[in-house]
Ligand binder design. Structure first.
Ligand code: FAD
Length: 321
């Protein structure tokens, strides 16, 4: 038995969500006293591949084939499933990213595996049975699923497991497979970014607004501060429910979990459901006109005052910096 983690890269670099998935897979490997093997597809430098050892991978299978330069669901799933067979891996872990969402069920079909997509914590294990807590209904609820099959595929929700450095360097090996033409029925030619904004799950800094901002017409303040700081924008649930901001920005128990270095909460009360999505943030700053707002109990720095006075001053201060 061994565990295979698909180490997803973007333009040749691994993202935080990949290191989270490797750390998560390492924790499962540790419990089961088994090996952790990573597989990377595409052009990733050897040093970057070997550095996956820092997060617990003992070996990295490198697949660099011209046909796989851009993401192809069927072909990537085929390669990962073949690697799992070659390595005798029966647990496959990947990030529940855009690609991961397409890959997990395809790999599961190829390996006749049970699949838990969007896991939010380590599985509870009872012999061969894994009980996994995962997101459901587009993140609006949780479901608990049991995986009883011998092969298992688990995709991890980004920001739900901490990156853990265990030290070490992984051995890098080339891995080749023979494709069938039928694996390339659908090809990705080009990715056209719809926005240059920082993506929320990967953001190092998040500027988040709540109902204290009064209405969507005032979001310019949040966006200007975020742009100056190179941050992603986020919001509380009532703000997205009211249609002031898209649901993709809603942070919390029923929204996205984030783990930035800096989370700035502006006009957000700090309800427990909101805090559930930001507790992994390294530094939290709360700006609220109510000195009794619950956010101040968890904030590292708090500013008591009117957001409409404080945020413009912050913007000016950052511009001077
Ligand atoms: P409010 O509670 O209205 O707070 C607004 C804050 O702004 C207040 O603290 C006020 O003092 C401050 N304020 C007002 N004016 C100003 C000003 N001019 N300057 C500065 N501060 C000002 N919420 C989430 O966010 N995410 C979730 O995932 C989530 N999931 C939920 C799941 C369930 C099952 C339930 C029941 C609720 C959930 N909620 C969630 C809702 C949550 O309980 C709160 O109602 C919500 O977080 C409050 O949003 P808010 O802080 O923006 O608004």
């Amino acid at each position: 038995m061994s565990i295979l983690i698909y180490a997803e890269n973007t333009d040749g670099k691994f993202k935080k969500s990949t290191y989270e998935a490797v750390s998560y897979a390492k924790a499962i490997a540790g419990r089961n006293n088994t090996n952790l093997i990573a597989i990377s597809i595409g052009d990733v430098a050897n040093d970057e591949l070997a550095a996956l050892g820092k997060y617990g991978a003992e070996k990295v299978l490198n697949v660099s084939n011209d046909k796989l330069k851009s993401f192809v669901n069927q072909a990537y799933a085929f390669v990962i499933a073949e690697a799992a067979k070659a390595e005798g891996a029966n647990i496959m872990v990947l990030s529940n990213s855009f690609s991961g969402r397409g890959l997990a069920p395809r790999i599961a079909v190829k390996l006749q595996a049970g699949v838990a997509d969007g896991a939010v914590s380590l599985p509870e294990q009872n012999g061969d049975k894994f009980t996994v807590k995962k997101t459901a209904f587009s993140g609006k609820a949780y479901a608990v699923v049991e995986l009883t099959s011998a092969n298992k595929v688990i995709s991890l929700t980004p920001n739900s497991y901490k990156v853990v450095e265990t030290g070490g360097t992984a051995v890098v090996e080339e891995f080749t497979v023979d494709f069938k033409e039928s694996d390339f029925k659908q090809m990705l030619n080009e990715i056209v970014k719809s926005t240059d904004k920082v993506s929320l799950p990967d953001a190092e800094i998040v500027v988040s607004g709540g109902r204290g901002l009064k209405g969507p017409e005032n979001w310019g303040l949040i966006e200007e501060l975020a742009e100056l700081l190179g941050a992603a924008t986020a919001c509380s649930k009532p703000v997205s429910d009211a249609g002031w901001r898209p649901h993709s920005e809603h942070v919390g128990q029923t929204g996205i979990a984030v783990s930035p270095n800096l989370y700035i909460a502006i006009g957000i009360s700090g309800a427990i459901q909101h805090l559930a999505g930001i507790s992994a943030s390294k530094v939290i700053v709360a700006i609220n006109k109510d000195a009794e707002a619950p956010f101040f109990k968890v904030a590292d720095y708090g500013i008591v005052g009117d957001a409409f006075e404080i945020v413009p001053k912050l913007i000016e201060a950052v511009k001077q910096y």
